[in-house]
Design a protein around this ligand. Structure first.
Ligand code: MN3
Length: 205
């Protein structure tokens, strides 16, 4: 049974950056539906005992008729768990330690990394995501993906540590067509402490 992460904050806690109705709809409807559809498809396919990362990484183990459903709904399940888990009303504005060192070494500064990620989020045509990921050695990579694909389902062997949802359902109720205003506001509630924890789990398992 795949389960949505439990939110550590209320639907209205991310106001004014992310509005209450968007949170209710995004988590309560969109994410809930991906999760329900993933569970149904994985049960029918006989692979529901597998971790979601394994299903996304090695779809060849899934009977062919269920692969598209599991790639799309499994991606939607995984991506939103990471997205919602990283948000917080008391977000740390910067990481510390090894992650901050690596960001400075790779992108020059945290602000430069945020600018690069914003560019990817803005440049994703149609629905999709922007990503910060790490490889097994802790090297950082930024990327974008369409639909519910992610660095795992795209076969990159990277582990995502931060994501930005740029599907219209993530911002349209409040920001309408202004994706840039949403991404700018989202940075206020992205908790770098959480990103750092995910990074440390890769480099210091
Ligand atoms: Mn979404």
């Amino acid at each position: 049974m795949y389960e949505q992460i439990k939110l550590s904050y209320a639907f209205d806690a991310l106001e004014p950056h992310i509005d209450t109705l968007t949170m209710e709809t995004h988590y309560g409807k969109h994410h809930a539906t991906y999760t329900k559809n993933l569970n149904e498809a994985a049960e029918k396919a006989g692979v529901a005992d597998q971790p979601i990362e394994k299903l996304l990484e090695k779809p060849e183990q899934i009977p062919e008729e269920f692969r598209t459903a599991i790639r799309n709904n499994g991606g939607g399940f995984y991506n939103h768990n990471l997205y919602f888990e990283t948000l917080s009303p008391n977000a740390a504005a910067a990481p510390e330690g090894k992650l901050l060192d690596k960001i400075n070494a790779t992108f020059d500064s945290l602000d430069d990394l945020k600018a690069e990620l914003t560019k990817l989020a803005m440049g994703q045509f149609g629905s999709g995501w922007a990503w910060l990921s790490a490889d097994w050695a802790g090297n950082l990579v930024i990327s974008q993906s369409a639909n519910q694909d992610n660095p795992i389902s795209l076969g990159t062997e990277l582990t995502p540590i931060l994501t930005i949802d740029v599907w219209e359902h993530a911002y349209y109720l409040k920001y309408k067509n202004l994706r840039g205003d949403y991404v700018k506001a989202l940075w206020n509630v992205i908790d770098w402490k959480k990103v750092e924890e995910r990074y440390d789990a890769i480099v210091d398992p």
